[in-house]
Each structure stands twice: as structure tokens, then as C-alpha cells.
Ligand binder design. Structure first.
Ligand code: NAD
Length: 300
């Protein structure tokens, strides 16, 4: 039995798989062309979000029994087509919840207090004490789009920080400490912060678009540690330029990798290169779950 590791995965996970008697080939920088050529030999493959597993790869993967995704989102994998070929697709749903939720909370603080902009000002040798006026998050309303694992964790932390938390999720009736709203408009009209926690689907495509920004409170802050393409980035740019949106914090983008993005020409935008799950603890948890998934799929 042989597993191909296509994206960076914790060494402890690779060791666990080897110890179970499965040969591990670690190629975390494998190119799409190399993958097409080599996948024929493997019984399982491990990916994160970088490697795309679509029909051409699946068609070549004649021995493949399992595609294991370290992380939550499965939008880089053609799950339906893999299923039609009898290939299991497994992910690690809870391993990154705390890491992503903490990043979203960090961004809420950073937006409220201009932490990033003040750091740049200090680096530039300024003492711009009068230029930066912050706001408090306590007493503000946080609107969560999605009320799944990560959103609930964000909601719990936000509650503890004195925020009122509401959420829109047509598939969830109730969540502890969170007031569910039945329509997005109700969230748009009352949220001071909007944090995105939905997967990318046809329904969530550009769920924050020009019309949505129109309906929001003036001076709202937007955080997206969920998925790219759930926000219309041109509409966000316009809403930031007009001041309707006071600031945005982004970890995910329509196109990834995203270098030289026009949103980063605006000083009220802060962000990161899709590292929501990038903590030492989450990586270790993802690694352990990946290893268990590979072993269960190949040894069952
Ligand atoms: P989850 O499946 O527990 O929650 C997703 C929620 O979205 C579900 O409750 C679902 O009902 C809801 N939803 C689906 N369609 C919706 C719609 N049209 N409107 C409102 N809600 C809708 O997933 P999770 O573990 O909470 O993760 C949420 C998302 O975060 C994932 O889909 C993933 O894309 C993203 N994520 C990002 C990172 C990162 O590194 N930035 C890491 C992990 C997960």
C-alpha cells in the first residue's frame, strides 16, 4: 500500500502512516503535471487546499481508494466524481475550528483598534497618537454568516467579549448564545461586524455583493476567514472606497494564491494568505486525523 502526500503534512502524521506499514511518498510541492503522471501508482493521496483533485486526476488514479483532505473545505476535490469511482473522500472537520475562530476574533480586535495600520505608522517612525481612534467591540453586534462549527466557536468567544451575536444559516435552527435570524437582510441591517463562515457553494457565491453592502449599516466591518468567492471583491472594494464598509480582514480570496490584490491598495484592508488553520496545534490535530483516515481507509 502506498500513499502520496501532495501538500505539506506534519511529519508525525507521516510517521504514524509508515508505522502502520503503509509506504509514504512525501511530495508536498508536486505539480499538477507530475500528479497526473504519478497518481496511477497510489492507493491513497493526502491533500490540503493547494492540490486540485478533479476528473483528469481521478481518471488516472486507477488504484486509488481514498483522498484524504487535511482541513475542512472540499472545494478542491470533485467529491461526486470520486464517489462514482468508488473512491472515499475524507476530511478532518474539527481539527482547525479553534485556529480559524481565533483568527477571526483577532481580526475583529485588529479592525476595531487599527492595530495593523498603527504598526505600519510606528515602523515609519511616526508617533501618530491623534490619527488613530479606535472603537470597542463590547456591546456591538456580530453577524455570523453560517452557524457551523467555526461560527459557533467565534460566537462563543464573542459572547464572552460582550458582543451580541446573531447568525444566518438556513440549515441550522439554533445555536447556543447565538440569535438566529431568518433572513440575511435582518443580519445586514443590525450587524456592526460581519464574519463569514460558509463553504463555497452555488448558494454562497458572492453572498456579499453590491446589493448586500447597500443594506448594511454604515461603518460595518467585514471578516472573511471562510472561503473566497463568497464575497464579490469588486463590490467590497467599492464599499470600502465609499466608506460604507469601514474595514475588512481577509484570509481567503476568489483567486488563490492572490498576489498584488487590488483590495490591498486600501489601508483599511488587512489580511493573511489563507492561514486560518495555520497554528502549530491545528496542524498537529490535522496531521493525526489525516493519518487515522489514511490508515482506516487502507487497512479496513
Ligand atoms: P461547517 O460545515 O461546520 O459549517 C458551515 C455552515 O455553513 C453550516 O452550518 C451550513 O449549514 C452553513 N451554510 C451552508 N450554506 C449556507 C448558506 N447559503 N447560508 C448560510 N449558511 C450556510 O464548517 P466549519 O467547520 O464551520 O467551516 C466553515 C468554513 O470555513 C468551511 O466551509 C471552510 O470553507 C472554511 N475554513 C477556512 C479555513 C481557513 O484556513 N481560512 C480553515 C477551515 C475552514
Amino acid at each position: 500500500m502506498k500513499v502520496l502526500i501532495c501538500d505539506a503534512t506534519a511529519q508525525a502524521a507521516l510517521d504514524m502512516i509508515s508505522e502502520a506499514g503503509i509506504e509514504v511518498v512525501n511530495k508536498p510541492d508536486i505539480t499538477p503535471e507530475e500528479l497526473l503522471e504519478e497518481i496511477v501508482e497510489y492507493d491513497a493521496m493526502v491533500v490540503r487546499s493547494r492540490t486540485k483533485v478533479r476528473k483528469p486526476v481521478i481518471d488516472k488514479a486507477i488504484k486509488l481508494k481514498a483522498i484524504v483532505r487535511g482541513g475542512v473545505g472540499l472545494d478542491n476535490i470533485d467529491v461526486k466524481y470520486a464517489g462514482s469511482k468508488g473512491i472515499q473522500v475524507l476530511n478532518t472537520p474539527s481539527a482547525s475550528t479553534a485556529a480559524v475562530a481565533e483568527l477571526a476574533i483577532g481580526y475583529i480586535f485588529a479592525l476595531a483598534r487599527n492595530i495593523h495600520q498603527m504598526t505600519i505608522s510606528m515602523e515609519e517612525g511616526e508617533w501618530a497618537k491623534k490619527s488613530f481612534s479606535g472603537t470597542e467591540i463590547s456591546g456591538k453586534t456580530l453577524g455570523l454568516i453560517g452557524a457551523g462549527r467555526i461560527a459557533r466557536s467565534v460566537g462563543q468567544k464573542a459572547n464572552a467579549l460582550g458582543m451580541r451575536v446573531i447568525a444566518y444559516d438556513p440549515y441550522v435552527d439554533e445555536a447556543p448564545g447565538i440569535g438566529m435570524v431568518e433572513a440575511l437582510d435582518a443580519l445586514f441591517s443590525s450587524a456592526d461586524y460581519i464574519s463569514m463562515h460558509v463553504p463555497y457553494t452555488k448558494e454562497t457565491h458572492n453572498i456579499l455583493n453590491a446589493e448586500a453592502f447597500e443594506k448594511m449599516k454604515a461603518g460595518v466591518y467585514v471578516v472573511n476567514c471562510g472561503r473566497g468567492s463568497t464575497i464579490d471583491e469588486d463590490a467590497l472594494f467599492d464599499a470600502l472606497k465609499s466608506g460604507k464598509v469601514a474595514g475588512a480582514a481577509l484570509d481567503v480570496y476568489t483567486e488563490e494564491p492572490s498576489m498584488g490584490h487590488k483590495l490591498y491598495t486600501l489601508e483599511q484592508v488587512i489580511g493573511s494568505p489563507h492561514i486560518g488553520a495555520g497554528t502549530a496545534e491545528a496542524k498537529a490535530r490535522v496531521g493525526t486525523e489525516v493519518a487515522k483516515n489514511v490508515i482506516n481507509a487502507l487497512k479496513a
